[in-house]
Design a binder for this molecule. Structure first.
Ligand code: NDP
Ligand SMILES: O=C1O[C@H](COP(=O)(O)O)[C@@H](O)[C@H](O)[C@H]1O
Length: 510
């Protein structure tokens, strides 16, 4: 496709034209995230000229029907709105390819189609394979791509693969999948997606830390008392999600990937350069330094799991977790988890990292808060308001992306009183526009061959090592830790509050 929208704009990224083949193209991810992301990039003039999309899935569909379905969703979700005349041009670059994932003939036909596109384009045949299927098909798709030679790039071209989450269900399955992927594509051509890394504010963590001289000198256990990472969702198991989620649970679904990635960005040492491996080398060191919770006793002391009971969210009555569609009525899967973690490095020795994530909490909000130690209590200890809490730096990942710094200030007036105030930076007001969707940035990076915001093999495996201890204690130990409960629409179980209270701390109110 020639970029139909902004011929005047040259793409600002180093992304190169390619054909994007999406496996699982009739699914939710393709309709809600991937195709709208490519559309928005095209609207913004960021998509390289000549990008084509081939959707691979099982159902019989014509190109026209496939495009209509995509358009319906694009109208609903596109960040830049939906322009019918722009869509008319954009949709010409989208095609449908019907095949079973297991059918080798389907891949043979795909190879022929890709060759025809390259001939038509008269340029190099770069290919980006996006595996957006359920995880049980990851192996077979990779094996079939290899069998028909599609994992090999033509001279002067590249062939890359993006693999969706979940990347395995434990260390052993992740290692197996890594073997299959690396047997098909070189590690440099493998992009394990973690869409939280594509979120604007997650990317800003490194800039905040390493491009501002005021924070880094304070970014250690001498000045920081605790770090909290919260990822709250108000959604439950809508849209049939219960089938997948009840097998995964909050720990595997969110902590193993998104939350541990955020923690790594907060805790890592400055990389020697901004290359993909420079950054990922430092992140993986953090994961290796996590204090392992390798006994049921440690897990009982440091981890709380919970399910929600019926309650109200957004003023609507909602059912409890075990009553959700496609959830086992006797399920022992957590829809909420809170953890106290430690990063055993010199920088972070003695600083607790508290993480919590859950469904059916009061609102959707993800944030990281860095709680600084209080100053010596000598000057203002008798001043009203002196105990209002210390400095807190809050990185709002979503919504209302931004950063705020809480400090204590003198209240105007003749007497000395102190009150907490906030310096607040909002992306939307400071830069006059909303942030691009995470998938936009990540797709563009994959087209540019930049894997910095994708997880490397060793990162994924280190994260699973940590998670496996907890999963084993929950599901395999003789005396299983209890499953706490909280009312849907509340901020989680009392046990999670107790976890912090033991250290004299409390969760930040969002
Ligand atoms: N949805 C989301 O927001 C997110 C999803 N993900 C991950 O992305 C992946 C896809 O999720 P999602 O889009 O929600 O899944 P869906 O269940 O909505 O889609 C599955 C897709 O796979 C196709 N498919 C299933 N079986 C076969 C087969 N045997 N042969 C060919 N095609 C087949 C389906 O085709 P057909 O309809 O023709 O049967 C459909 O296109 C999962 O790994 C998920 O964990 C990750 C983050 C967010
Ligand atoms: O990966 C996942 O992420 C979503 C939350 O993503 P967000 O970008 O909306 O914060 C979560 O709902 C889902 O369970 C999980 O699989």
């Amino acid at each position: 496709m020639s970029n139909p929208f902004r011929e005047d704009l040259v793409s600002r990224s180093r992304a190169e034209a390619c054909t994007v083949v999406i496996f699982g193209a009739t699914g939710d991810l393709t309709h809600r995230k991937l195709v709208p992301a490519l559309y928005n990039l095209a609207v913004d003039g960021e998509l390289p000229h000549g990008v084509k999309i081939i959707g691979f899935a099982r159902r019989e569909k014509s190109d026209a029907v496939f495009r209509e379905g995509l358009e319906e969703l694009n109208k609903e979700v596109s960040r830049s709105g939906h322009d019918a005349s722009l869509w008319e041009e954009y949709k010409e670059s989208i095609h449908y390819h019907q095949s079973e994932f297991t059918d080798i003939d389907g891949y043979q036909r795909l190879a022929e189609r890709l060759d025809a596109i390259d001939r038509e384009r008269g340029g190099v045949g770069n290919r980006l394979f996006y595996i957006a299927s359920a995880p049980e098909f990851f192996d077979v798709i990779l094996e079939n791509l290899k069998a028909v030679g599609l994992s090999e790039a033509a001279d002067g071209a590249w062939a890359r693969v993006i693999v969706e989450k979940p990347f395995g269900t434990d260390l052993a399955t992740a290692q197996h999948l890594n073997k299959v992927v690396n047997n098909t594509f070189a590690e440099k051509d493998t992009y394990r997606i973690d869409h939280y890394l594509g979120k604007e504010t997650a990317q800003n963590i490194m800039v905040l830390r390493f491009a501002n001289a005021i924070f880094e000198p304070l970014w250690n256990n001498k000045h920081i008392e605790q770090v909290q990472i919260t990822c709250a969702e108000h959604l439950g198991m809508e849209g049939g999600r219960g089938g997948y989620y009840d097998k995964a649970g909050a720990l595997r679904d969110m902590v193993q990937n998104h939350l541990l990635q955020l923690l790594s960005l907060v805790a890592m040492e400055p990389p020697t350069d901004l290359s993909a491996d420079g950054v990922r080398d430092e992140k993986v060191k953090v994961l290796r330094s996590l204090r392992q919770l390798n006994s049921p006793e440690l897990i009982k002391q440091n981890v709380v799991r919970a399910q929600y009971t019926a309650g109200h969210v957004d003023a609507k009555q909602v059912v409890g977790y075990r009553e959700e569609d496609r959830v086992d009525p006797e399920s022992m899967t957590e829809a909420y988890v809170a953890l106290r973690m430690h990063v055993d490095t010199w920088r972070w020795s003695g600083v607790p990292f508290y993480l919590r994530v859950g469904k059916r909490l009061p609102k959707k909000a993800t944030e990281i808060s860095i709680h600084f130690k209080s100053p010596p209590n000598v000057l203002f200890n008798a001043t009203p308001g002196a105990n209002e809490g210390g400095n807190v730096l809050v990185i709002r990942i979503q919504p209302d992306e931004g950063i705020s710094l809480r400090m204590v200030s003198k209240l105007p007036g003749t007497s000395l009183r102190m009150e907490p105030v906030k310096m607040d930076f909002h992306y939307a007001t400071s830069f006059g526009k909303g942030s691009p969707e995470a998938y936009e940035r990540l797709l563009l990076d994959a087209m540019a061959g930049d894997a910095t915001l994708f997880a490397r093999r060793d990162e994924v495996e280190e994260a699973w090592k940590y998670i496996d201890h907890i999963e084993r204690a929950w599901h395999e130990s003789e005396v299983k830790p209890p499953m706490a409960e909280f009312v849907a629409g509340s901020w989680g179980p009392k046990e999670a509050d107790d976890l912090l209270e033991q250290d004299g701390n409390s969760w930040r109110r969002l």
